[in-house]
Write a protein of this length. Structure first.
Length: 235
């Protein structure tokens, strides 16, 4: 049985995380003992902020309606009276030059609407997660990417906006990363020097097992390159 508390501690220490890694799971029914989200949030990625802050809860599709873009990536149809919010948001983004409409069909989406989505700090996840969301600095998340490569897991090309598409992208296996779009940064308060890597739940253990080797290798290579710089640099 996977010790998610130990994995959270390991990721936090090795990657020097300032935010707790978040476990996300898609289920047909709510887990026992987990309460539905209380109140409302302006975006789907706001749920990440709550979970990173220590809350464990689940959402239903209607909890996502305030976020037309997040609803799109999570394959959650908006009710008829709110469908115009998606076209309105996309229209704004197109009109100001943020996106081109032809980009939209290429955005990864969940294969089906999740009746229940569970969010929790990784160490408190009540179910086996489908995805683990890690926010960190480039230098440290590089270690996670290298561990995934060493574990022979898929490492997808870096994603841009919307940030939430990294979740469905990662479900195919391995890791997917996003630089963090402006909407996400406003709603989550993530630092400017951080971005996201999403790890497929099925590959988490294999990737974490390779971290020690990667950290040790990076330390040795740092010494090697520092020595070369000192010896070969002439100015």
């Amino acid at each position: 049985m996977t010790d998610y508390a130990q994995i959270e501690r390991r990721l936090t220490d090795v990657l020097q995380l300032s935010r707790r890694p978040v476990a996300i799971a898609f289920r047909e029914t709510p887990p026992d003992g987990v309460l539905q989200l209380s109140g409302s949030q302006p975006s789907g990625c706001s749920f990440w902020r709550l979970a990173a802050g220590g809350q464990a809860f689940y959402t239903v599709p209607s909890d996502h309606y305030n976020c037309p873009i997040g609803s799109y990536t999570h394959n959650i149809p908006l009710p008829s009276e709110r469908e115009a919010e998606l076209t309105g948001t996309l229209g704004l983004m197109v009109n100001i030059g943020y996106i081109k409409m032809e980009e939209v069909p290429g955005v990864p989406r969940l294969p089906k609407t999740p009746p229940v989505t569970v969010y929790a700090p990784l160490s408190q996840t009540p179910v086996i997660p489908d995805a683990i969301l890690v926010a960190g600095t480039p230098a440290k998340l590089m270690l996670l990417h290298e561990a995934a490569t060493r574990a022979a897991k898929q490492v997808l090309p870096l994603l841009g906006r919307p940030t939430c598409m990294a979740i469905p992208a990662a479900l195919s296996g391995g890791v997917a990363s996003s630089l963090g779009c402006i909407g996400n940064r406003v709603y989550t308060g993530i630092a400017d020097d951080q971005f996201y890597t999403v790890v497929s739940g099925t590959d988490l253990n294999a990737i974490v097992r390779e971290l020690d080797t990667i950290v040790s290798a990076n330390a040795q290579l740092a010494e090697y390159h520092q020595g070369r710089r000192a010896t070969l640099a002439t100015a």
